[in-house]
Design a protein around this ligand. Structure first.
Ligand SMILES: *[C@@H]1O[C@H](CO)[C@@H](O)[C@H](O)[C@H]1NC(C)=O
Ligand SMILES: *[C@@H]1O[C@H](CO)[C@@H](O)[C@H](O)[C@H]1NC(C)=O
Ligand SMILES: *[C@@H]1O[C@H](CO)[C@@H](O)[C@H](O)[C@H]1NC(C)=O
Ligand SMILES: *[C@@H]1O[C@H](CO)[C@@H](O)[C@H](O)[C@H]1NC(C)=O
Ligand SMILES: *[C@@H]1O[C@H](CO)[C@@H](O)[C@H](O)[C@H]1NC(C)=O
Ligand SMILES: *[C@@H]1O[C@H](CO)[C@@H](O)[C@H](O)[C@H]1NC(C)=O
Length: 412
């Protein structure tokens, strides 16, 4: 098991404003086992987690705004883990979650501060950490409201349902939250008293959502929005670079040393609460095979998902590919001839390096590898794709609240 390495730096570089912060984090690609095979069980658990995360986003959106995204008629049912495991062809015993599947870094809450090790998630909009009264939360860092001078209990509760039948529930507080050098006071967050088993096994203590208010379970401003309101001197932008050894979340500015060329920005195409941009095309070996779709850029999703029909069109142009797991939407291809997959939003093509595309062999020596694009109905409509870390690892991604846009640049 790889230990997540993390350091938190307050920028000392003179070209950057004092308040600019960088959080460093690291993780490995956990869907591939040490013997280079595809960790099918873990991948199915991730699918269930992502489907149910977006289901929760839709429920929040409907409650907060009274509407659902265009093309979405109703909130989809919970994805059922045992049902999705039945779709698996091999009979491998269930393994424990490795638990190291998130990009995580330190933040602090309270005065005096308590440090929490937190997943960075652009696909949700709430901050939650374990509460002191969480019995199952084990050795995780916990929030003790009585130990913080800034703590104010809010008269609301928080509850999320997961596909393994469990729920997370807790109480809501406001307090001072600090991410790197940036502090926000009176920030809403949830202190979880009851956690799903999935999260109990995760080395991270909680999640920091970096999306917009419409999908907030608490129906409150997420941390960055509060922080930018309280710090008018900061540029309302953050950027994420995901790499094996040198990953960073950079807030209030861009790290000009981390990318080359200009940032290619695309205006957000919806006000649904996601970092969503439209007019996308998927390319296989330089040729556009599906185009005109929407993409949500989500650092809290490991791989990439598209509607099953569209994903089938992609793999049909990949030499030698076959559907490997129909229920879960995984496809395989000959490992010796990996396709060159890229996405474009009308300008450059942003290619996915083979190491970020290849999730490993279907079985030792099979010669067939699973691709990091799965066909799944996420309930977001028939033209919405979800691009997670398998995509983000290839580019420097800027998220601008000011321009209301997502931008990409080549990594330095
Ligand atoms: C991150 O938090 C952990 C747990 O409190 C701590 O051991 C570690 O030193 C922190 N890292 C940094 C760079 O602050
Ligand atoms: C989940 O799926 C399994 C297998 O298909 C089924 O037996 C079970 O009743 C389902 N659970 C729920 C809550 O729908
Ligand atoms: C908390 O909210 C409930 C309704 O949601 C209300 O009945 C109750 O009086 C509130 N309590 C306080 C202390 O505000
Ligand atoms: C900016 O990126 C460069 C290159 O990746 C890195 O060495 C440097 O530490 C980063 N600066 C900050 C302030 O994070
Ligand atoms: C993007 O949005 C800005 C306003 O925020 C607008 O001026 C610009 O024309 C838009 N660009 C495109 C390509 O639609
Ligand atoms: C397709 O893959 C097969 C092996 O699976 C290989 O023999 C053939 O040359 C490939 N064709 C192209 C056009 O790459």
């Amino acid at each position: 098991m790889v230990i997540t390495v993390f350091t938190l730096l307050v920028s000392a570089t003179p070209v950057l404003p004092d308040d600019t912060t960088t959080i460093r984090f690291q993780r490995r690609n956990t869907l591939t086992r040490a013997d280079n095979t595809f960790d099918h069980d873990h991948a199915i658990r991730q699918n269930v987690k992502i489907i149910n995360k977006y289901r929760a986003n839709l429920i929040n959106m409907q409650r907060n705004t009274g509407r659902l995204p265009v093309n979405v008629v109703s909130v989809p049912p919970l994805a059922n883990l045992s049902h999705m495991l039945l779709g698996k062809r091999q009979t491998v015993p269930l393994t424990d979650l490795d638990g190291d599947s998130e990009w995580a870094g330190n933040i602090s809450i309270g005065d005096p501060p308590t440090t929490f090790f937190i997943d960075i998630d652009t696909g949700s909009s709430d901050l939650w950490v374990p509460s002191l009264s969480c019995a199952q939360c084990g050795s995780k860092a916990k929030y003790d409201p009585s130990a913080s001078s800034g703590s104010v209990a809010q008269n609301v509760s928080f509850q999320i349902q997961y596909g393994d039948g469990s729920t997370a529930a807790g109480s809501v507080y406001t307090d001072k939250v600090t991410v790197g050098g940036i502090a926000a006071t009176n920030q809403f967050f949830a202190a979880v008293t009851q956690e799903s088993s999935e999260f109990v096994n995760d080395p991270a203590d909680g999640i920091l959502g970096l999306g917009f208010p419409p999908i907030s379970n608490l129906n409150q401003d997420p941390f960055l929005i509060t922080a930018f309101k309280q710090h008018p001197e900061l540029t309302n932008v953050f950027a994420i670079k995901l790499e094996k050894t040198n990953s960073e979340l950079h807030i209030g500015d861009l790290n000009v040393s981390a990318f080359t060329g200009a940032i290619e920005y695309h205006n957000l195409s919806s006000a649904d609460g996601f970092w969503q941009i439209g007019n996308a095309a998927a390319l296989v070996n330089g040729r556009s095979v599906v185009s005109g779709f929407q993409t949500v850029i989500d650092s809290g999703t490991t791989i990439m998902y598209g509607p099953p029909d569209a994903v089938q069109e992609v793999y049909q142009t990949v030499n030698g590919s076959t559907l490997f797991d129909e229920t879960n939407g995984f496809w395989s291809y000959p490992c010796a001839t990996p396709p060159q997959i890229a996405f474009s939003w009308g300008e450059s093509s942003w290619g996915i390096r083979t190491e970020n595309w290849d999730l490993g062999e279907t079985a030792v020596g099979s010669g067939r590898c699973v691709g990091a694009l799965a066909g799944q109905d996420l309930g977001l409509g028939s033209d919405v794709w979800l691009l997670g870390d398998s995509f983000m690892k290839n580019v420097y991604t800027a998220f601008s609240f000011e321009a209301y846009a997502v931008g990409f640049a080549a990594l330095a």
